[in-house]
Write a protein that binds this ligand. Structure first.
Ligand SMILES: Cc1cc2nc3c(=O)[nH]c(=O)nc-3n(C[C@H](O)[C@H](O)[C@H](O)COP(=O)(O)O)c2cc1C
Length: 222
């Protein structure tokens, strides 16, 4: 079986959001597809370990914002490489509420759904949602595809992504919590993928081993 053929399947890149009580939460997903048009229904696959999964389950609602090629790539680092369980991912992010759910303004637009069914797999829940609200921000930008994210942004997908392929790029995918346990004097976080560099100084020519971004995409953790 050659699972590399999965790389030829097409997806978008989305910020899938929900509510934890009144608190906005969300994660990056690529596994979203439209299932029917009338009534419009959408399916999204969310890992059991993602905090967003339990929030969609409890609130019975989810929204997704469709990232564009011009959306700030740090949205992917913020929403795709850390958890809402410990972080307020919306701090500093321009968002609004649509049908009560948070949606990201730096995107092509959004869709809001109420959950009408679920299907469990060993690792992921597939939420089937009926669309209750949808809007375009009317920008001329192309929607970001998963292929564009890999080839142009040079980003990686963490293990929770259903489309994760471990051996493709040979670079270790780390997560912030793992790296933050280090004992070096300084820490710099890649704003694209959340990779944490630890050392005394971030070299000017440093390249993120996870997503390939340069030192200018790193922010020092104070
Ligand atoms: C490009 C990309 C695509 C992803 N696709 C999915 C996906 O389709 N489903 C999923 O469950 N996780 C996906 N993830 C992983 C989650 O976004 C990630 O595990 C996130 O940190 C979970 O946050 P949470 O715990 O706040 O829900 C993806 C991540 C990236 C970077």
């Amino acid at each position: 079986m050659n699972t590399m053929i999965f790389r030829d399947m097409s997806y978008g890149v989305y910020v899938t959001t929900s509510l934890d009580g009144n608190r906005p939460v969300g994660c990056i997903t690529n596994s979203i597809m439209q299932i029917t048009s009338d009534p419009a229904t959408i399916a999204v696959s969310v890992n059991h370990n993602n905090y967003t999964n339990s929030c969609i389950d409890k609130s019975g609602k989810f929204a997704f914002s469709i990232l564009s090629e011009n959306s700030d790539p740090s949205l992917i680092g913020t929403f795709g490489f850390q958890s809402s369980k410990e972080n307020d991912k919306f701090e500093g992010v321009d968002y609004e509420l649509a049908a009560g759910l948070p949606v990201i303004k730096d995107s092509c637009g959004f869709v809001v759904c109420r959950v009408i069914d679920t299907m469990e797999t060993e690792t992921h829940t597939v939420f089937l949602g009926e669309v209750i609200e949808a809007e375009s921000y009317g920008k001329p930008d192309n929607a970001m595809t998963y292929a564009y994210y890999h080839k142009v942004v040079k980003g990686k997908a963490p293990k929770n992504a259903p489309t994760y392929l471990p051996e493709v790029d040979g670079a270790p995918v780390t997560d912030e919590s793992e790296a933050l346990q280090g004992k070096k004097t300084g820490k710099w976080v890649c704003q694209v993928c959340g990779y944490v560099y630890e050392g005394d100084e971030l070299p000017a020519d440093f390249k993120c081993p996870v997503c390939g971004q340069g030192a200018d995409k790193f922010k020092k953790v104070e």
